[in-house]
Design a protein around this ligand. Structure first.
Ligand SMILES: [Zn+2]
Length: 116
């Protein structure tokens, strides 16, 4: 792990940046959209070492960036276990965004395809 850029959170997120993640296009702050932990080599996604893929999204224009944070297998296994052995983690802000999109689609007359 690059200690100048990242620090461990010891929670389900795994890592947080030590720098401001800003949008290259509109200079807004970017928020974590999802994290994907890969405790084993994941050739589908091209990861050979254990790590945490952190994806950020601009709250204003929607631009995405992804950071692939390689870390010790022991720590990555611990975060994976905290997530209930599920690779993906979506912060609450992502759920709010989905609810907003759902309301916008409903306003346009879209009825779903979503099971509740
Ligand atoms: Zn932006």
């Amino acid at each position: 792990m690059n200690d100048k850029m990242w620090e461990r959170t010891d929670d389900v997120m795994g890592h947080r940046p030590k720098f401001r993640v800003w949008c290259q296009f509109c200079d807004s702050d970017m928020a974590v959209r999802f994290s994907y932990i890969f405790p084993k080599p994941d050739l589908v996604n091209g990861f050979l070492e254990p790590g945490n893929l952190l994806a950020f999204k601009c709250q204003k224009c929607g631009y995405h960036v992804r950071f692939n944070i390689i870390d010790d297998n022991e720590y990555i296994q611990k975060i994976h276990a905290l997530r209930g052995s599920v690779g993906y983690y979506y912060p609450i802000s992502e759920l709010r965004e989905n609810e907003l999109i759902e309301k916008q689609l409903a306003a346009l007359g879209y009825w779903g395809g979503r099971e509740k």
